[in-house]
Write a protein that binds this ligand. Structure first.
Ligand code: CMC
Length: 427
């Protein structure tokens, strides 16, 4: 294909460069177009806009491919673990044994909250959602380590490794501190010898005299984190990059990403799936009525559909079988898992879903595992955020290293033309 495209407008033609990524994705370069023609491109919701060049994650939505730094998600899910994937995303390469051990030790030392940060979590309003608490907690954490969040890009980059380890270590502690506060329990310090997920599960749920954390549970949680670790330019990551493009530090950029993730069409979908499945269960429906109402546009089949995937989300495929294993390890049965399976079966044979290429996404099965583990529904999106943190951080670093421009889209104004101010008596 030619590396130039031509745009004709009246008598004038404009030549646009076509450039190609490492997986042969092609893009029209419109950066000069406004300067040359006075026109901007319009792409409401950015469905057809490449906002950046990135080397973190590759997705082919039609084929259902997801790769972190070139490694296939299914292979990573089988052979790697969350902290190793954190380093892969942050540094671009799989770590050596020494690098991984040193990162694990760094994370372990940071896994306890500084007293003033703990206090700030504990003093937040009782009505605040765990995602609100997480975002505010992140900002408070930055305040406890001012040398790691200066808004001076060169300094923040120099200290990035420490900031990243601190954030990855502290998010579970912030989540657990908030959970214990909501349940009226005292903060629990991390275990002296637990791994990342064992520590988190212990800080969340352990009671005096409990037996050690079931390793199959911490493994299942590790897998959930790994599968959520990055997903290129989604809503929260784009938010993170946008904030970072203005020169903000990693703590502020990730706090913004947490807010973006909260919504039900993004990370909040994992909570919405469980609420939907519970409602279906309680109404006595086997899923058929719900499918009908989704087709009529009266409801949305949460956990289905994706802006990028027009095929089975590879993460959902892995989680579907992990779900069976986790429930077996816990020795519990889940009536809502049966409903989820039935919804999937019916939807995948229905022309409405087939024509629109709507398949289960990562949120369809993750909530069922989390619910079986005992996580309250309103903490599910917090778990998504813990998993997504290394991705957000990798994108923050990419912007800090390569982004020269503040992100600033344009618009087509459709409001009132110039009009005279009316005094309040005349309105
Ligand atoms: N249930 C029923 N119909 C749907 C669904 C759904 N879950 N998703 C899309 N559609 C229909 C939609 O009504 C539209 O139909 P029509 O062409 O007749 O108007 C068509 O499919 C295209 O939908 P869209 O809203 O234009 O697609 P989008 O790319 O803008 O939205 C989405 C993607 C994920 C927001 C959407 O599929 C959705 O709302 N899904 C449910 C929420 C969900 O599970 N979100 C988690 C996404 S994965 C985790 C993450 O990355 O955050």
């Amino acid at each position: 294909m030619s590396d130039k495209a031509t745009l004709s407008l009246g008598d004038t033609t404009y030549s646009l460069n076509v450039f190609t990524g490492t997986e042969n994705e092609q893009a029209l370069d419109v950066r000069q177009l406004r300067k040359d023609s006075g026109l901007i491109t319009f792409d409401d919701g950015y469905g057809n806009t490449g906002s950046c060049e990135s080397s973190v994650t590759y997705i082919d939505g039609d084929k259902g491919i997801l790769r972190y730094r070139g490694y296939d998600i299914a292979e990573l899910a089988k052979k790697s673990n969350f902290l190793e994937v954190c380093l892969l995303l942050l540094n671009g390469e799989l770590p050596s044994k020494e690098e991984l051990t040193s990162f694990e030790q760094k994370v372990a030392t940071f896994q306890n909250l500084p007293p003033e940060v703990l206090q700030s979590v504990q003093s937040m309003p009782a009505g605040l959602h765990p995602m609100g608490s997480l975002g505010s907690g992140l900002q408070a954490l930055g305040g406890s380590f001012p040398h790691l969040c200066t808004n001076d890009r060169a300094k923040d980059l120099e200290n990035f490794d420490d900031a990243a380890a601190l954030i990855i270590a502290s998010l579970p502690a912030l989540a657990a501190a908030n959970h214990r506060k909501m349940t009226g329990e005292d903060y629990k310090h991390p275990l002296s010898s637990g791994n990342y997920c064992e520590n988190f599960l212990s800080m969340m749920f352990s009671q005096e005299g409990d037996s050690p954390i079931n390793p199959s549970l911490s493994k299942a949680l590790d897998l959930i984190f790994l599968l959520h670790a990055d997903h290129e330019q989604n809503c929260s990551t784009s938010t993170c990059r946008m904030i970072a493009s203005g020169g903000a530090n990693p703590f502020a950029s990730l706090a913004g990403a947490v807010s973006a993730l909260w919504g039900p069409l993004h990370g909040g979908a994992n909570m919405a799936v469980i609420n939907m499945l519970n409602d279906i269960h309680q109404s006595g429906d086997d899923g058929s009525k719900f499918i009908q109402s989704a087709k009529e546009g009266k409801s949305r089949l949460m956990g289905f559909g994706h802006r990028v995937y027009r095929n089975y989300d590879p993460r959902a495929k892995i989680l579907k079988s992990a779900c069976d294993q986790a429930l077996e390890a816990l020795g519990v049965s889940s009536p809502i898992l049966d409903i989820a399976r039935r919804l999937e079966e019916v939807a995948l044979q229905d022309p409405y879903f087939i024509d629109r290429k709507l398949y289960p996404n990562v949120d369809f099965y993750s909530g069922i595992i989390l619910q079986a583990m005992g996580f309250p529904t309103n903490t599910f999106t917090v778990l998504f955020a813990i998993g997504r943190a290394p991705g957000w951080l990798a994108h923050w670093k990419e912007i800090a290293q390569t982004g020269k421009k503040i992100h600033r889209p344009r618009q087509i104004y459709q409001g009132s033309n110039l009009r005279d101010y009316k005094t309040i008596e005349d309105r």
